[in-house]
Design a protein around this ligand. Structure first.
Ligand SMILES: Nc1ncnc2c1ncn2[C@@H]1O[C@H](COP(=O)(O)OP(=O)(O)OP(=O)(O)O)[C@@H](O)[C@H]1O
Ligand SMILES: [Mg+2]
Length: 369
């Protein structure tokens, strides 16, 4: 089975007088695992429901391959859906729940039974076929829900926070299962989450949304290394966002943060005259040295031991709080209260315009979808 290609063009969603999505465009390739990621209320579910046909579309178009589906009956869109609450029928067994997905297909009962069994095997639930949902764990119920969504061989799979009711360990297990099954089946998938780590783990590409607007679309690695603006930098993993100034001396850009100058690799940022900027530095890309004029004067204020790594909170002279992650050092750990000099790793930063809307680092992709 190969999945359909989804094209969303300039779609608008209004609830009464309130415009939630003012004109959004995106494309999901056939077989792609595409994730909508963003804070609560940014419009992820709204967009998913427009694709599913449960929301009206006020303007714009949605196509599945060459077919415009704006006004197509949801039942005719050939979509599989999985939601946060698995919504299995409590009085039916796992097997019967999956078979229920096939109720509208004119197949013989025995063919339906066989097919449901195949999909229970796909999600590794065949051994629990005769259990009712109340005798299954949350993760098992979610697997059954996935089998039920896939059993009709839909062209598109839509999932809205399918793992948010599960505990942390099961979430990780299930996200790997979902990813494997999606690859196996090759179905075009639009997945909604507000968990950026989950998004990175499962997605081919991620669209980061804020207030109904796509901020950036990219692979997990490209979004992580080159956020298009400071919102994405702050939302996608942890980033310290610091004010600074940028100057160019000959070929070499020089970044000054908290009074300390750091030479950046030649031609690593868009050339231009000196200007105020913002800089994002991940906690693992700060290095600690002695407190002298070569480093940013920093007070260690807190420490959390997390096994391999230790997380520190730090305060700069102007009271800015900075996060720092170091490999745990059992001999001489940094102590809260100590003063150090912080050094920015010049190869692993991003420099933005002062308003934070544009990444000046060369190699940063455009923010548009
Ligand atoms: N039926 C509705 N009527 C009016 N406003 C709505 C309706 N559904 C959603 N909204 C509003 O639209 C905006 C987007 O909501 P949506 O449910 O799409 O957010 P979300 O990104 O899925 O958030 P969450 O992560 O909390 O699920 C919110 O401001 C919400 O209050
Ligand atoms: Mg939602």
């Amino acid at each position: 089975m190969s999945g359909v290609r989804i094209r969303v063009r300039d779609v608008v969603k209004r609830y009464g007088a309130v415009t939630v999505i003012a004109g959004m465009s995106l494309e999901v390739e056939s077989g792609e695992f595409y994730t909508l990621l963003g804070p609560s209320g940014c419009g992820k579910t709204t967009l998913l429901r427009m694709i599913a046909g449960f929301n009206t579309i006020e303007a714009g178009d949605i196509h599945f391959d060459e077919t415009r589906i704006n006004d197509m009956d949801p039942a005719k869109r050939h979509i599989g859906m999985v939601f946060q609450d698995y919504a299995l029928f409590p009085h039916l067994t796992a097997q019967q729940n999956v078979e229920f997905g096939l109720r509208n297909q004119k197949e013989e009962r025995s063919a339906r039974t066989k097919k449901a069994r195949e999909y229970l095997e796909l999600v590794q639930m065949a051994a629990w076929a005769d259990r009712r949902p109340d005798h299954l764990s949350g993760g098992q119920q979610q697997r059954v829900a996935l089998a039920r969504a896939l059993v009709t061989s839909p062209g598109v799979l839509l999932m809205d926070e399918p793992l948010s009711n599960l505990d942390a360990k099961l979430r990780i297990e299930m996200r790997e299962a979902i990813r494997d099954i999606q690859r196996n089946v090759g179905i075009t998938t639009v997945y909604v989450t507000h968990d950026q780590e989950e998004a990175m783990a499962v997605s081919d590409r991620i669209a980061v949304m804020k207030d109904g607007v796509i901020q950036q679309v990219g692979t997990p690695a490209s979004l992580y290394s080159r956020p298009g603006n400071t919102f994405v930098a702050g939302f996608f993993g942890t980033n310290n966002i610091l004010p600074g100034t940028l100057a160019v001396e000959g070929d070499t850009p020089v970044l000054t943060v908290a009074g300390v100058a750091t030479a950046l690799p030649p031609s690593s940022v868009a050339a231009g005259s000196a200007r105020a900027v913002q800089v994002s530095v991940r906690p693992e890309h700060l290095h600690v040295g002695a407190r002298d004029s070569s480093g940013i004067a920093t007070l260690i204020t807190g420490r959390t031991f997390l096994g391999r790594d230790t997380h520190y909170t730090c305060r700069l002279a102007d009271s800015t709080i900075v996060e720092l992650v170091l490999r745990s050092d059992f001999q001489s750990p940094l102590k809260p209260g100590s003063e150090v000099g912080l050094h920015i790793d010049p190869r692993n930063i991003n420099v933005y315009t002062q308003d934070g809307t544009q990444n000046l680092s060369l190699g940063a992709s455009a923010t548009a979808s």
